[in-house]
Design a protein around this ligand. Structure first.
Ligand code: PLP
Ligand code: COI
Length: 339
């Protein structure tokens, strides 16, 4: 096992022993290759460098108390990467190839799966780039699919503690008919200015309103948004948010816990009616929101006065983590065990 300070990892890159790669050339995917270098050689006219032909995924593997490694819902990430590829005209990675590459990358780096109880996880980053040279704005004819892994701690350094977020109308992340529903690099470039500004002002993320009317809640930095009230789990429906696999899972868990699950547009005015609000995502898991500041109107809505997560967020978090760690039976078929 690698010698790392497992309980104090942040969300950063640590080199592991191997990564897995597959090239698309002459209209076909090649064989999976295993590499130990974390560098790639790339044509300077590759479309990923000029025109943003790039999509990625993020999923996690967890070490259970029983010593088994569990990968969470990778079939969903495979599907989402296909829809991202479709959206920016890249070659699609077949689901079987995607899953084989993910399992291989985890197996080869099992020494880097953080131990049970450390709170950390092995973050898996599949990535698809246009490698073929073009100068005109058109799709490449060659692609590279890669999977690397890296052990990570919590995305927000506070972990499962409520943090403040901010609404800033001067920035949009994605256009209504744009690429916000795809996991493509361009969206993250578009969100950097606002994200960094929010961080420098002490917020963990930007809470984006819909870009067209600024009337509805979209999502929250690198995570979806949910609100809890009247025994309901309410989450925004919007064409410009990333369909979060964590959110999809929480909806199932919430329903099983007896909550009513509602996906619909969430008007800005509704924010003050929630008892609990939070962000959810692979990296963020559940990150409860302590306070929503509106930077333009100079208003604040406070959700956590005592610095603690709300009871429903706590239950959802516990249940999700227990499934991921194997403490709870995998009754939904979300787990792939790597022996
Ligand atoms: N929204 C954005 C913009 C994200 O980058 C992510 C992270 O992947 C999410 C939501 C959460 O999605 P998931 O739960 O599939 O990780
Ligand atoms: C994730 O939650 O997996 C993400 O990809 C979020 C962020 C690191 C981009």
């Amino acid at each position: 096992m690698a010698k790392l300070d497992w309980s104090n990892l942040n969300f950063g890159y640590i080199k592991t022993d191997y990564n897995v790669r597959c090239y698309y050339r002459d209209d076909a995917w090649g064989e999976l290759e295993v590499h130990d270098s974390d560098k790639i050689e790339l044509h300077m006219a590759a479309t990923c460098l000029h025109y943003g032909q790039e999509a990625f995924e993020g999923l996690k593997a967890f070490m259970g108390e029983d010593g088994k490694i569990r990968i969470f819902r990778m079939d969903e990430n495979a599907k989402r990467m296909q829809s991202s590829a479709d959206g920016i005209l890249m070659a699609k990675v077949p689901s079987e190839l995607f899953q084989k590459a993910v399992i291989k990358a985890v197996e080869l780096n099992r020494d880097y799966v953080p131990p049970y109880g450390s709170g950390a996880a092995l973050y898996i980053r599949p990535l698809l780039i246009g490698t073929g040279a073009q100068v005109g704005v058109k799709p490449a004819s060659e692609y590279l699919f890669m999977v690397f892994v890296t052990p990570v701690g919590p995305y927000f350094k506070e972990g499962f503690k409520p943090t403040p977020v901010v609404i800033m109308r001067e920035f949009d992340r994605a256009a209504p008919q744009g690429t916000g529903n795809l996991k493509v690099g361009g969206n993250y470039a578009a969100g950097m200015r606002s994200g960094i500004k929010a961080h420098s002002e002490g917020y963990s993320a930007v809470l984006y309103l819909d870009s067209k009317e600024k009337k509805y809640i979209d999502e929250c930095g690198p995570a979806n948004f949910f609100g809890i009230k009247n025994n309901q789990y309410i989450t925004p429906e919007s064409k410009s948010i990333l369909p979060s696999i964590t959110n999809k899972s929480l909806k199932v868990i919430a329903e099983d816990m007896g909550l009513e699950v509602i996906s619909r547009r969430v008007p800005y005015e509704e924010l003050e009616t929630f008892n609990e609000v939070g962000m959810c995502g692979t990296a963020a898991v559940i990150s409860p929101i302590a306070r929503i500041d509106d930077a333009d109107l100079n208003t604040s809505i406070i959700y956590s006065k005592d610095g603690k997560p709300g009871p429903v967020s706590e239950m959802l978090y516990r249940k999700l983590r227990d499934i991921q760690n194997g403490l709870e039976k995998d009754k939904y078929g979300w787990i792939t065990v790597v022996e």
